[in-house]
Write a protein that binds this ligand. Structure first.
Ligand SMILES: Nc1ncnc2c1ncn2[C@@H]1O[C@H](COP(=O)(O)OP(=O)(O)OP(=O)(O)O)[C@@H](O)[C@H]1O
Ligand SMILES: [Mg+2]
Length: 226
């Protein structure tokens, strides 16, 4: 699902990713961990084409990141959903509208859209906020809207950047059980987190430790850089 070989990325003269090599197979659950500034968000951004691959080779969901032209990025994004660290939801639009948008751009019939959006919102305990503009939601509720929007399309690959960051323990655990349900149905998941308790929710997950932009190999069942 993801293959990176010797990928590095710099902002100006500062290297945010250094020589990352990584294989994620279909159906894997991978945690990205590491201190603030380690490069977790930058790596996730590379994986959905938000920043270009400048050095190294990489493919995601069958798309070669090196050859990925701007006009084909929307094809990659059909297969890869993202929950952003800063949510990126539309504040003036309702919860329903934000989540439905992901299906509308895929031309899903209205009745089908409505059914799916309701089901996902119910699972995330947001059904009673469906018609509320997102600007009126708490941080944790906005985070759940961002998650609903990502999962509603049934992506092959789900990238999540600190998705439990603003949630209390109970909600964080509930959220993890939602991620695990999608995982059980075959969705490949890459999740960046600081939270040790979250790691314990998926005992057979792989863990990639980033430090200062480089991989610190702690889990040897992954392919180390060659
Ligand atoms: N748009 C940018 N312009 C310049 N430097 C950036 C930019 N985005 C990130 N960086 C730098 O790249 C490095 C990695 O940042 P990144 O956001 O990937 O870290 P992170 O592991 O996600 O941290 P956090 O846990 O705080 O979210 C940091 O040193 C950061 O300052
Ligand atoms: Mg980050």
């Amino acid at each position: 699902m993801i293959s990176l070989r010797h990928v590095s990325y710099s902002f100006g003269t500062q290297w945010a990713l250094k020589n990352i090599s990584l294989e994620v197979r279909k159906g894997d659950f991978l945690f990205l961990v590491g201190p603030s500034g380690a490069g977790k968000t930058t790596l996730l951004r590379l994986l959905h084409g938000a920043i270009p691959l400048k050095r190294g080779q990489g493919s995601v969901a069958g798309f070669d990141l090196h050859a990925l032209k701007a006009r084909r990025i929307h094809l990659l994004r059909r297969e890869v959903s993202v929950v952003f660290q800063d949510f990126k939801i539309l504040p003036e639009r309702t919860v329903f509208a934000n989540v439905a948008l992901a299906l509308e751009v895929r031309n899903m019939p209205r009745t089908h859209t409505e059914r799916r959006v309701r089901a996902v919102l119910r699972g995330l305990d947001l059904e009673n906020k469906m018609h509320v503009p997102c600007a009126q939601l708490s941080g944790g509720e906005q985070q759940r809207v961002a998650i609903a929007r990502a999962v509603v399309v049934g992506p092959q690959l789900l990238l999540a950047d600190e998705p439990t960051g603003n949630l209390d323990r109970e909600l964080a655990m509930r959220l993890m059980s939602i991620f695990l349900q999608f995982h059980a149905h075959g969705t490949t998941i890459v999740l960046a987190t600081h939270n040790q308790e979250i790691l314990a929710c998926v005992p057979d997950a792989k863990i990639l430790h980033l430090e200062d932009g480089a991989v610190n190999w702690t889990n040897w069942d992954m392919d180390a850089p060659t």
